[in-house]
Design a protein around this ligand. Structure first.
Ligand code: GN1
Ligand code: MG
Length: 362
């Protein structure tokens, strides 16, 4: 099936005119597609789902449809934009091609997103969007969702996976990573704190997004108000702290995720203050005391977890995260470790800020 057929099946208006690859995102392949009908131009966002990462795209699309439907009927008072996928003539929100690839599409929105930003209004809005997303889904029964990737934020299993790989790794790559491996293993005890609390029943599960990167929020081009959160593939039961920690990691970092000059990699407390303010705007009245006590630590844990994942992928020969140059996963791991070190030094301040913004309304 060629691109033209895929667009037809997903009921795009008019004829395919052009397309370009959108490089944001490390997993799926995304295109902006332009079509034309009687002189009128239409734009779509078309995606091929990475079937190496997502083994069951049908179930993922079902999760997303269910969540979108729930949001559409439970978001009174919010201006959050729900982004439905195009349907085929049979009502399916995807097309399966003859090579077994799944394709999906929606209308392209003329909006902006950021890999990182020092605009504090944007930072607060990003926090608000991710927090509001969880808040609006707090009545959705998390147990009924399909689990797209098992143990996705199980930091313990992530580190154990790295340990297994290290045991059998030979060759040049492992020699380049000794200090990174040492850092991760030395901090394993801290890294497994959230998992242990969850396993002991000390933290509640909710519907969570699980991929709260800065560029997974879209903003109105003119007002810089957050419009929506995107990339809902990893929606599943999780901890509020996963979304908070991963969001803070991504949104409060002063650099791109693979910055080579590690002296530039900092965790910016000014941004964090605004991120936390936004994130807890809606959630502060719903969180438990145990949850409140884990948010600061979650920033460290989620950063360590991602460092582990990048490093593991580097040692595995870059089979998971898309790379655009040879050592990118190693650079990403180094950058996340530099961020971990800075976060660790600032944990008390981070906790103080969390505590300020999680005081319940009376
Ligand atoms: C991937 O697809 P994208 O780029 O939004 C990854 C996240 C990582 C992130 C790091 C399904 O997210 O978990 O935090 O890269 N998504 C998946 O950049 O593994
Ligand atoms: Mg993404």
């Amino acid at each position: 099936m060629n691109l033209n057929d895929i667009c037809k099946q997903l009921q795009f208006s008019g004829e395919l005119k052009s397309y370009e690859v959108i490089t944001a995102g490390n997993i799926n392949t995304t295109y902006k597609v332009t079509t034309e009908l009687n002189g009128e131009v239409f734009e779509y966002l078309l995606q091929r789902i990475n079937k190496n990462v997502f083994k069951n795209p049908e179930q993922i699309m079902r999760n997303i449809s269910r969540v979108n439907e729930y949001l559409s009927s439970n978001m009174s008072g919010s201006d959050f934009v729900v982004l439905p996928f195009n349907k085929t003539i049979n009502g399916e929100p995807f097309v399966l091609d003859e090579t077994g690839d799944f394709w999906r599409a929606r209308t392209f929105l003329d909006c902006v997103c950021f890999n990182f930003t020092d605009n504090l209004q944007v930072v607060e809005e990003a926090g608000r969007a991710f927090g509001e997303f969880l808040y609006m889904l707090s009545g959705f029964d998390a147990k009924t969702l399909f689990i797209p990737i098992k143990n996705f934020h199980n930091t313990k299993k992530r580190i154990e996976g790295l340990e297994r790989t290290i045991k059998y790794s030979v060759g040049a790559r492992i020699k380049e990573c000794t200090s990174e491996i040492d850092y991760i293993l030395a901090n394993k005890k801290l890294g497994v704190t959230l998992v242990n609390m969850l396993e002991n029943g000390e933290l509640p599960l909710h519907v969570t997004h699980n991929d709260t990167k800065c560029n997974n929020v879209i903003f109105d081009k003119n007002t810089l108000k957050a419009l929506s959160v995107i990339d809902l593939d990893t929606i599943m039961p999780g901890l509020t702290a996963y979304d908070f920690g991963d969001g803070a990691r991504s949104i409060c970092c002063t650099t791109e995720e693979d910055e080579q000059d590690l002296s530039k990699v900092n965790f910016d407390l000014q941004r964090f203050e605004r991120f936390a303010k936004g994130y807890f705007t809606h959630l502060k009245n719903t969180i438990t005391e145990n949850e409140r006590n884990t948010f600061a630590l979650s920033v460290y844990v989620l950063t360590l977890e991602l460092a582990t994942r990048f490093l593991h992928d580097y040692l595995n020969g870059d089979t998971y995260f898309r790379i655009s140059y040879k050592n990118q996963n190693l650079m990403r791991a180094r950058c996340q470790i530099a961020l971990c070190k800075d976060i660790y030094k600032k944990l008390d301040k981070i906790d103080e800020i969390v505590k300020n913004y999680t005081v319940k309304d009376i």
